[in-house]
Design a protein around this ligand. Structure first.
Ligand code: ATP
Ligand code: MG
Length: 564
């Protein structure tokens, strides 16, 4: 007999906090539990306060696997891992104009210096690279890190989906020329595609607006799901996928609008008044105005009254301009709102018509191919890649001297930044894959791959051999029956359960994970060299059970996991 102490060393047991509440065992009550509560009831995480998270053993195991997968892909691009301080002094943020950002968690030390908990690291990493950069020959360089970020989100939501602290992988590339910078960008988006493929949850890469971070080239990585906060438009003809913030559209035919609304903006130099006219039933998309007025101020720094006040004084108006932009859905015969300023010199007014400036709607025409209709879907943003150009290197003077025609010339380093929301991916996959039996993890990030349940009377000493090298846990809880153990493992979303029992040396293996491919399992099965019986239909998603000789169980489990 093996003493129990020894047993504990030999076998990896299910985590102590694997303690699934009875109330969840009924499918109806399970269906009522929102996913963020489910992951906490199942003991993956705990939320000490809205938006904060404690990672418990099973949740932590998922997180570590996802981090490992991402780390491998990052290393594959040649990026090097760093880990920056979680606290950042206000000075750099003031230099880039981001100290006023709404979401900064700010701190003050005992000497009165101001700091923030880092929400992202463009400032610190640019400064860091600047200090180390001796010559243009040191470029290119890409750094990444995987750690906790902090944002004072006004509405933390659904646990890990929108936390006030969350785990993010952020990477930053530094290049000398635009061409090389785009090469770095492309390498990174290939690595992103590879990460998302390995997670085996369908994803889309959408052209996106670069929002607060700036730059022009950017992509968002999404999971399409009704619970998402983002809207994506897809053209049924050309297949182009765009975030609503980027989707320009045309109406199919001329529409009647009798209600015209207007919003007023100014430019960064406060010399131009921009009046945007659009149908009252639609939503203005101010970002579209930048196509016509690149220096329009969309920061919300000034209220509309303050904007108009800049143009009230007739004496100074002569140095200023007025641009009226009309949405293409309007025609000039309509009643437009009264002009708020007495403008005597009409030559200062420019009117631009036929410009799309409102958010697209389902069924409108795609701007890109001008043929297909647009359909919209809700989506969860899980990653974001930006080409930044010199936005941060200029503000923080991250420059190198480059030889040009025999002389040395200073040049801004060109940057890209690349984020993946690790905690958000975990929450999103939990949400997307869950079903009437509970969670379902992709094999790549499951807290463990296989739960082994062995019936007491058959002892335990034979267990280790068949599953050597796999990530398995024994459910050896003494007072819990077989049926309950299987249910618990399924609810937890573990891809496979193996029952070692009466049929020994045959082992029963039950599938729970989503089989997205068949190749590995089928290829092995078709060899017919193993003692392996199958119930259920491999080609469909119905539960499949396998009865396999213990000598072959490891190989069979490995093949099934490859397909999950
Ligand atoms: P959102 O629009 O959802 O607030 P964001 O545009 O602010 O996202 P980025 O600054 O691009 O996000 O951050 C990179 C990634 O970090 C996002 O794609 C997302 O996966 C993740 N992320 C951002 N904010 C949070 C948050 N509050 N909680 C969890 N993950 C987050
Ligand atoms: Mg945000």
């Amino acid at each position: 007999m093996i003493p129990s102490l020894c047993l504990r060393q030999l076998y990896k047991s299910v985590p102590r906090l694997y303690n699934i509440p009875n109330e969840l065992l009924k499918a109806e009550s399970l269906a009522l539990v929102p996913t963020h509560e489910l992951v906490s009831k199942l003991g993956l995480v705990q939320y000490p306060k809205a938006g904060l998270v404690h990672w418990l053993p099973s949740g932590n195991a998922i997180r570590q696997k996802l981090e490992g997968l991402i780390r491998n892909e990052m290393n594959g691009t040649g990026a090097e891992e760093v880990s920056l301080s979680a606290i950042s002094h206000s000075a750099l943020w003031e230099q880039t104009g981001r100290w006023g950002g709404h979401e900064l968690f700010k701190l003050k030390d005992s000497t009165g210096s101001h700091y923030c908990l880092v929400p992202t690291c463009e400032e610190e990493i640019t400064h860091l690279v600047k200090q180390g950069l001796k010559s243009y020959k040191d470029l290119p360089v890409t750094y990444y890190q995987i750690n906790t970020k902090f944002r004072d989100e006004k509405r933390p939501r659904s646990g890990l989906l929108r936390g006030r602290e969350f785990v993010m992988k952020d990477a930053y590339s530094f290049d000398l020329t635009e061409e090389e910078a785009l090469e770095s960008y492309n390498k990174m988006i290939e690595a992103y595609a590879s990460v998302f493929k390995k997670l085996r949850v369908p994803f889309v890469k959408a052209e996106a607006d670069s929002g607060d971070i700036g730059g022009s080239l950017s992509h968002e990585w999404h999971y399409v799901h009704a619970s998402g906060e983002d809207t994506l438009f897809t053209c049924l003809e050309c297949g182009n996928v765009l975030n609503v913030e980027r989707t320009l559209s045309y109406p199919h035919e001329e529409q009647q609008h009798d209600d015209v609304k207007v919003k007023y903006f100014t430019t960064d130099d406060e010399k131009t008044l921009v009046c945007a006219y659009y149908p009252g039933s639609r939503e203005l998309q101010p970002l579209f105005l930048t196509e016509e007025i690149p220096d329009i101020d969309l920061s919300g720094r000034l209220s509309e009254e303050e904007v108009l006040a800049l143009f009230k004084d007739e004496d100074t108006l002569i140095n200023k301009k007025i641009v009226r932009i009309m949405d293409l859905r309007l025609n000039l015969r309509l009643n437009f709102p009264d002009f708020p300023i007495n403008f005597i010199n009409r030559s200062l007014i420019t009117t631009l018509t036929d410009i799309p400036i409102v958010a697209a709607e389902e069924g409108e025409l795609c701007h890109k191919c001008e043929e297909g209709s647009l359909t919209s879907k809700r989506a969860i943003e899980v990653g974001h890649t930006f080409y930044l150009g010199n936005k941060y290197s200029k503000a923080l003077e991250c420059q190198v001297e480059v030889p040009v025609d025999g002389a040395m010339k200073k040049q801004d380093v060109l940057m890209g930044c690349y984020g993946i929301g690790i905690s958000r991916i975990i929450a999103a996959i939990a949400e997307i894959n869950r079903d009437s039996k509970g969670l379902r993890w992709p094999a790549a990030i499951a807290p463990w791959e296989l739960t082994v349940i062995n019936l007491k009377e058959y002892g335990s000493d034979f267990l280790a051999a068949p599953f050597e090298g796999l990530d398995w846990r024994v459910d050896a809880r003494p007072k819990i029956g077989l049926g309950r153990k299987i249910k618990d493992s399924q609810m937890m979303g573990i891809p496979l359960v193996a029952v070692v029992g009466k049929k020994w040396p045959l082992i029963e293996i039950e599938e729970r994970g989503i089989r997205v491919a068949l190749e590995a399992t089928k290829a092995l099965y078709d060899q017919k060299t193993f003692e392996w019986e199958l119930t259920g239909d491999l080609d469909s998603d119905t539960t499949v059970k396998h009865l396999v000789h213990s000598d072959h169980a490891g190989a069979v489990v490995r093949a099934i996991l490859t397909d999950m």
